[in-house]
Design a protein around this ligand. Structure first.
Ligand SMILES: Nc1nc2c(ncn2[C@@H]2O[C@H](COP(=O)(O)OP(=O)(O)O)[C@@H](O)[C@H]2O)c(=O)[nH]1
Ligand SMILES: [Mg+2]
Ligand SMILES: [Zn+2]
Length: 279
């Protein structure tokens, strides 16, 4: 026996590639998992026998996604363009909600600030300061050093509209990668796999999932109570009614905060829209 611990970085059918001490081990899973109805996922931290090359045990997951099939995602990087396509705060707020609800940290990377005037840039910077103040890291794609440092060794899924600059960002992080960048085609994630195949790619010491997460966004699993995870700033205000929904109530501290511009109006409007969607 030579037991080690590592991270699954690739699965092709029933073959699991485990990374441990910067070495790769091709392992199989023991039948036990099938009886327990747990199949190992890319991202899983596992104990494995490095002589016999089989996985013994899966450590508890902090989260898992269906698309891509991956676990222990540290960050969902929301690539957000200012123009082409136009900034959608509604989409941004929805992504933040869905990502936080999955127990993943959303991080914003703003792109295409070069397409607007110096004045507008100031306005957008102020807007994104608001998001920083509610605890979301914001980076800009004209200088990736801070982002690189922040994502070091983390498992990251990329999300954001087609054309927002996801592939360009990966290319910037790794000049050798040379992914297709164009406004229409998705370089990552397309392609039909008949066998189970998931992989994370190490680029600049960051583990990227090879398919974009959260491609179809719906509010599945989110309730009128758990929606607040996506609106952390609301918890700074204590309403008169303990179960205040901040919509029709006559007196509401959250609505007061919207009126006095302490809470961003667009965020509150999105909250109301999502609540309606949950009806
Ligand atoms: N002006 C400008 N263009 C960008 C920027 N980032 C990406 N692009 C361009 O936007 C288009 C779409 O980028 P791409 O990376 O393919 O977007 P993806 O669909 O999210 O992967 C390409 O023509 C890129 O060259 C940016 O910061 N500024
Ligand atoms: Mg792309
Ligand atoms: Zn309220």
């Amino acid at each position: 026996m030579n037991n080690k611990t590592g991270k699954i970085v690739k699965i092709v059918s029933n073959l699991y590639t485990v990374s441990s001490d910067n070495k790769l081990f091709e392992c199989r899973a023991r039948g036990k998992f099938r009886f327990d109805k747990i199949s190992p996922l890319v991202g899983d931290i596992v104990d494995f026998d490095a002589n016999e090359n089989y996985i013994i045990n899966i450590h508890e997951r902090k989260n898992s996604l269906n698309r891509p099939q991956i676990s222990n995602v540290d960050v969902a990087l929301i690539v957000t363009s200012i123009k082409k396509p136009d900034l959608s705060l509604n989409l941004l707020d929805k992504l933040i909600l869905v990502i936080k609800h999955s127990n993943i940290e959303p991080v914003i990377c703003v792109t295409k600030m070069d397409l607007v005037s110096f004045f507008s840039r100031g306005v957008y910077k102020k807007l994104f300061k608001y998001y920083e103040n509610i605890g979301i890291k914001v980076f800009y794609n004209n200088d990736l050093s801070g982002l690189k440092k922040y994502l070091n060794k983390k498992i990251v899924v990329l999300t954001g509209q087609t054309g927002a600059g996801k592939s360009s960002l990966l290319n910037k992080l790794n000049k050798d990668l040379n992914l297709d960048t164009n406004p229409i085609s998705e370089a990552l994630g397309r392609g039909v796999h008949t066998t189970r195949h998931t992989e994370i790619h190490e680029i600049s010491n960051i583990y990227f999932a090879d398919t974009p997460g959260f491609s179809s966004i719906n509010l599945d699993g989110i309730t009128k109570e758990s929606i607040l995870v996506g609106f952390p700033e609301f918890s700074n205000y204590e309403c008169d009614f303990k179960d205040c929904k901040h919509i029709d109530e006559k007196s509401c501290k959250v609505k007061d905060a919207v009126n006095s511009k302490k809470i961003l109006k667009s965020r509150y409007e999105d909250y109301k829209l999502f609540m309606k969607e949950l009806d």
